[in-house]
Design a protein around this ligand. Structure first.
Ligand SMILES: NC(=O)c1ccc[n+]([C@@H]2O[C@H](COP(=O)([O-])OP(=O)(O)OC[C@H]3O[C@@H](n4cnc5c(N)ncnc54)[C@H](O)[C@@H]3O)[C@@H](O)[C@H]2O)c1
Length: 336
């Protein structure tokens, strides 16, 4: 009989129990279930340690499947455990946040934080399968949906104009209704449909460049400035200046508008393109303006791990929605 061990985010215990029943019914022996606290403080080797102990205690072997039910923290940790347990067991994910559905669970990047350094330890290893379910999204706070929506819109902005337009309409409608009542419930199947399509686009890019040395850089659209904003808001100055921190998706949304402005400035996109993208993201409730003068972000951009020896990085422009353009650029070229 096939065996599975389920590790789940303690915030989605009810849903994990449902998954347990479903897998047991479909012919799996469920060796055990383990809840983990899913936050950055627990995304550590100590949690990896406790999962490995639980697997050993339950008698899991290399042939046992590790099933992760949770957001990106849970899938990143479990993907790493699966890669190292008895030299590698298969993993499958049931992502329970929109961000994990469109991004974290897709592409094989796994790992944990170490000594405060994010994702300092990890490997790249694809899960065997990712299961898309709408039920867990019902309990996600609106801010979490918006953050995932930003990554979803990023993917469609890169590859698919028709679904970009569709997604903008959907998330703008949710935003206009303040994410209240049946509007959200009714939208869940459509959100998951769009999420799995966005995940497919990411999967296609990843398949061509699993180890992130070239084509996969396309997915960094909006991330050069997005990462810099995330860094700045964690500095003393940034945290004092901002009433609340931007989520990853919000920071990426601002970065996308910046990249669109640069696309216009460099003659890659037509005039008015950045304004359109800004208006779309704003309608979806996402921020679009830099929270600080650009020069404050330069130290973080200079620190970008993707800068080569020649001082250049792959910067992602858009010619228009659905048409990305990758160019090697110096930092001085991507600042206005
Ligand atoms: N591997 C990758 O390629 C990749 C890409 C992007 C992000 N990440 C990682 O993903 C993590 C962020 O992922 P995330 O945003 O999914 O966050 P997360 O896993 O931290 O979940 C966010 C919060 O939502 C809760 N939660 C999860 N599912 C829920 C649900 N259905 N209802 C209510 N609450 C729920 C969690 O308990 C947590 O408090 C980061 O650690 C980041 O490094 C990885």
């Amino acid at each position: 009989m096939k065996q599975v061990y389920i590790v789940y985010d303690s915030a989605v215990g009810g849903f994990a129990n449902q998954i347990n029943r479903e897998w047991a019914k479909s012919g799996y022996e469920v060796l055990g279930m383990m809840a983990i606290p899913a936050d950055e403080e627990h995304k550590t080797l100590a949690t990896v340690d406790s999962i490995v102990r639980a697997l050993l205690g339950a008698g899991a072997g290399r042939g046992t499947l590790l099933l992760a039910v949770g957001g990106g923290v849970t899938t990143d940790i479990c993907g790493f455990v699966a890669a190292i347990y008895k030299r590698g067991m298969a993993a499958e994910y049931v992502p329970t946040t929109l961000l994990a559905q469109v991004d974290a669970a897709i592409g094989g990047k796994t790992g944990v934080n170490f000594d405060g350094v994010k994702n300092a330890v990890g490997v790249i290893r694809l899960p065997q399968k990712v299961h898309f379910r709408s039920e867990p999204l019902a309990s996600l706070p609106a801010a979490q949906i918006r953050s995932g929506a930003a990554e979803l819109l990023k993917t469609f902005a890169l590859f698919d104009e028709q679904h970009y337009d569709e997604a903008v309409r959907l998330f703008a409608q949710l935003q206009a209704a303040s994410y209240k009542g049946t509007v959200v419930t009714d939208a869940l199947p459509k959100i998951v449909e769009l999420a799995s399509l966005a995940a497919k686009y990411k999967g296609k890019v990843v398949a061509k460049d699993l180890f992130d040395t070239g084509k996969r850089h396309l997915l960094n659209f909006g991330h050069t400035f997005g990462h810099a904003i995330e860094w700045w808001q964690s500095t003393e100055e940034g945290s004092a200046a901002l009433p609340a921190k931007y989520s990853h998706g919000e920071a990426v949304a601002i970065g996308m508008v910046r990249a669109a402005e640069l696309s216009e400035k460099d003659g890659i996109a037509a005039e008015g393109f950045a304004q359109k993208l800004r208006a779309d993201l704003k309608a979806c409730g996402l921020p679009t303006e830099l929270p600080c003068p650009q020069e404050k972000l330069i130290p973080a951009i200079l620190n970008d791990k993707k800068i080569d020896e020649g001082g250049k990085l792959d910067f992602i422009y858009l010619k228009r929605i659905g048409k990305p353009v990758l160019k090697k650029r110096r930092i001085s070229d991507i600042t206005l």
